[in-house]
Design a protein. Structure first.
Length: 279
C-alpha cells in the first residue's frame, strides 16, 4: 500500500452554530460541540477513511499524548507525536451558513520540530501533505529544507496554504518564496488571490459552493462544479477535499478522478457537524 504522511497541527475544536444571528451582550441559542481537529489532523483522518495508509506528524501537550493517539487510531491513522509543556492547540469556530470565523490558540503546535524530518524518514513515504499552518513563525530555510528532504526521499509534496490571514501576517512574498518548490498547491479562493499559480506545477483551487479550478503550469485546465447539498457545517469541507484528494492519488487514481472523488467527499462533509468523517 502507498504511504501518506501528513504534517501539521493538532487542535481541539469547539464548534458553535448559532440558531439565530448573534446578539451582543446577551445570550444566543446555539449548538456547541467539541471535537479533536486541526486542519492537518482532519486531512489525515479523511485520507485514511478513503483507504490510504496514513501517518500523522505533530506536537501536543504531554498529558494529551494517549488521548490524541487513541483518537487518531479510531480513524486508522498512526500518530507520531512530539510532546510539549504547552497546552494542545485549541480553536473556536463560529459558523454562519457557508461562512465561518475562527479564533485560534496554536499552543503546542508552535513547538513542532520539523528539522527532525530528514530524507531517510521519507524513504517509505510516497505522498507528503503539509498544512501551511506548520510554516507560520518559521524561517524560510527551515521550510525549504522540509520540502527538499521530502522530495529527496522520493515523495510528492502537496501543500494546503492554510490561512489567508496568516499568509499576510507571514508576508505574502516571503511565504511564496518558502513554498515555491511544492509539487501540488491546494489553496482556497482567498489564498489563491494572494499566491497565484506560479508556485507549483499543479494548483487546485477550492472555491466552496462555486466548485474547483485545476491549473497546470499556470494554465486553467478544467473547472468542476460543486455538488449541490444542504450544508449544515462547512468547517471540514476543505480538509475533506484535501484528504480525499491525496488518498485518491495514493490509491492510483488520476488527477481528474481524484478531484471528482474529493468534491464528492467535501459535499458529504458539510452535511454533518464537525470536521472529520463520521465514525
Amino acid at each position: 500500500m502507498v504511504n501518506v504522511l501528513v504534517i501539521g497541527d493538532v487542535i481541539d475544536d469547539i464548534i458553535v452554530v448559532p440558531s439565530e444571528p448573534i446578539r451582543a451582550n446577551t445570550d444566543t441559542d446555539s449548538s456547541i460541540s467539541q471535537t479533536l481537529g486541526g486542519s492537518a489532523s482532519n486531512i489525515a483522518c479523511w485520507a485514511a477513511s478513503l483507504g490510504a495508509d496514513v501517518t500523522f506528524f505533530g506536537c501536543v501537550n504531554s498529558k494529551d499524548e494517549k488521548r490524541v493517539i487513541d483518537q487518531f487510531a479510531q480513524y486508522n491513522v498512526q500518530a507520531a507525536l512530539q510532546l510539549s509543556d504547552k497546552p494542545t492547540g485549541s480553536l473556536v469556530v463560529l459558523v454562519d451558513g457557508e461562512n465561518r470565523s475562527m479564533l485560534t490558540d496554536r499552543g503546542a503546535n508552535r513547538e513542532l520540530d520539523i528539522a527532525k524530518l530528514v530524507w531517510p524518514f521519507f524513504n517509505t513515504v510516497d505522498y507528503v501533505f503539509i498544512s501551511g499552518y506548520t510554516f507560520f513563525g518559521r524561517e524560510i530555510l527551515e521550510i525549504k529544507d522540509l520540502i527538499y528532504e521530502a522530495q529527496q526521499g522520493g515523495a510528492m509534496v502537496l501543500i494546503d496554504p492554510g490561512s489567508a490571514g496568516y499568509i499576510k501576517d507571514f508576508g505574502v512574498e516571503v511565504f511564496k518564496e518558502a513554498i515555491y518548490s511544492a509539487d501540488v498547491l491546494i489553496p482556497n479562493s482567498e489564498e489563491f488571490e494572494l499566491l497565484g499559480t506560479s508556485l507549483s506545477p499543479i494548483t487546485i483551487v477550492k472555491k466552496g459552493s462555486a466548485g474547483v479550478d485545476v491549473y497546470a503550469e499556470g494554465i486553467l485546465m478544467k473547472s468542476y462544479e460543486a455538488e449541490k447539498v444542504e450544508a449544515i457545517d462547512p468547517t471540514g469541507a476543505g480538509d475533506a477535499f484535501s484528504g480525499a484528494l491525496v488518498a485518491s492519488l495514493a490509491n492510483g487514481k488520476n488527477l481528474k478522478e481524484a478531484v471528482e472523488i474529493a468534491i464528492a467527499t467535501a459535499a458529504k462533509a458539510v452535511t454533518t457537524i464537525g470536521a472529520r468523517p463520521q465514525l
